[in-house]
Design a protein around this ligand. Structure first.
Ligand code: UD1
Length: 417
């Protein structure tokens, strides 16, 4: 296993180019299961989660050809309808194959994801929606077994806004008999990107990006050729890197329209964020002000930026109240930040961060993807050297983060543990 060594105290300057969004690439790659043709995807990030979903597609019988950031997928012959425990346990988003397999083959067997580091994360709403569409679902030996001759359109209301739940049911509904309405649907840009891909394949989806999505089922879909949208969480993470080091970073290739809540908060702490053609220009100041943050579904402040924002608040003047309203156990990075000297108290789903204490490098452990990003950010601004073990988590969702940070002037390197 590798660990990352970060030498703190270097101001970051320069331009970083944002990669394709992991959370858009995953469902879009999976949507290839809905057609027999060759799909072509551009700007696909080179990430461990992307390679995992490709492995799953190959397991199911698809042919995947990768050339740099272009990925071609043909699911002409699907030879299996099973997503194994081995794959689902390494990446929960594997459950995204449930809807498309059921729609295309009339059957799917997908391992139940089980718990993960950031909470229980059930998929009951995915299953309830599929049942409403006429699927017969049973749970046996840790697997979901779903069957349906042809799914039927239904009126589905989500009790909780769920991103992959919305995507799974949207992919199930495109080949269903009749019209499906998804109410209280997720509005994330990645949901919109998937809907646009499906429409290019011949689906009839309206309302993506609003809480009500209507999908008129069609008999057949053709292939798509799409470019993956930029990763708004990667872009947000580099905004915090500029803020936390008092740096000056141009964030090229991002989509500011997808990042309004984060831009708003970063401006509130006293950092200059300018929209420029092709991206954002972020200039950190001398002092950082404390602000409160509550994570909510899009277009609110994303839970995937909470840990990184908390790292920034450790360096602010005053008290910041950070409420995590999406996942129940998403403060595991707190104890690691405390090891570096952060003053943070947790009460239920609220973390109170008292800024202004100096953080010093320490041995810490990455526990999940966004927690690793938060530790790297804290380490960039801490005094001395931080050693982050289990750094493999970062490779799930940040393409070449070490190289990108080094090009901005960060001093960091990987070593074997
Ligand atoms: C997606 C993102 C993840 C992000 C999260 C919230 C992908 C691949 N992952 O995860 O990066 O952090 O959205 O923005 O896009 N829930 C239920 N029952 C369900 C489904 C969800 O209770 O059937 C709950 C979850 O436990 C959680 C909340 O709903 O509390 C939101 O989860 P959800 O939006 O489904 O997260 P993911 O789609 O797994």
């Amino acid at each position: 296993m590798e660990k990352l060594i970060v030498e703190g105290g270097h101001r970051l300057e320069g331009t970083v180019v944002i990669s394709g969004a992991k959370n858009a690439a995953l469902p879009i790659l999976v949507s290839s299961l809905l057609t027999a043709g060759w799909n072509v995807y551009q700007n696909v990030p080179d990430l461990r989660d992307v390679r995992t979903i490709e492995r799953l597609l190959v397991d199911l019988g698809a042919v995947v050809e990768t050339t740099g950031s272009e990925v071609k997928v043909s699911a002409n012959a699907i030879s299996s309808h099973e997503a194994s425990y081995e794959l689902v346990k390494t990446m929960r988003a594997s459950v995204l194959v449930l809807g498309p397999l059921l729609a295309r083959l009339g059957k799917a067997r997908v391992s139940l994801p089980g718990g993960c580091a950031i909470g229980a994360r059930p998929i009951d709403l995915h299953l309830k929606g599929l049942e409403q569409m006429g699927a017969d679902i049973s749970l046996e030996h840790g697997y979901i077994d779903a069957r349906a001759d042809r799914l039927k359109g239904a009126d589905i209301y989500f009790d909780i806004v769920t991103v992959t739940g919305t995507e799974n049911l949207m992919m199930a509904a495109v080949l269903a008999d009749g019209e499906t309405t998804l109410k209280n649907a997720a509005r994330e840009p990645e949901v919109v990107a998937l809907a646009e891909t499906l429409n290019q394949m011949g689906a009839e989806i309206t309302g993506a990006g609003t809480p009500e999505i209507v999908i008129r089922g069609v008999n057949e879909l053709g292939p798509a050729s799409v470019t993956i949208i930029p990763d708004r969480i990667e872009a947000g993470t580099f905004m915090i890197a500029a803020a936390i080091t008092g740096g000056d970073i141009k964030i090229a290739g991002c989509e500011p329209r997808h990042m309004e809540a984060v831009i708003h908060k970063v401006r509130q702490v006293g950092v200059t964020v300018k929209e420029e053609p092709g991206g954002l220009h972020v200039v950190g100041g001398e002092a950082i002000s404390s602000v409160d943050v509550k994570t909510v579904p899009y277009p609110g402040f994303p839970t995937d930026m909470q840990a990184q924002f908390m790292a920034l608040m450790c360096f602010a003047n005053g008290l910041s109240v950070i409420s995590e309203a999406i996942f129940e156990n998403r403060f595991i990075h707190v104890s690691e930040l405390q090891r570096m000297g952060a003053n943070i108290k947790i009460s239920g789903s609220v973390a109170m961060v008292r800024g202004g204490t100096r953080l010093a490098g320490a041995p810490v452990m990455a526990t999940d993807l966004r927690a690793s990003a938060s530790l790297i950010l804290a380490a960039l601004a801490a005094e001395g050297t931080t050693e982050i073990s289990r750094i493999y988590h970062i490779d799930r969702g940040y393409e070449g983060i070490g190289k990108k940070l080094a090009e901005l002037g960060a001093r960091l390197w990987r070593v074997q543990e």
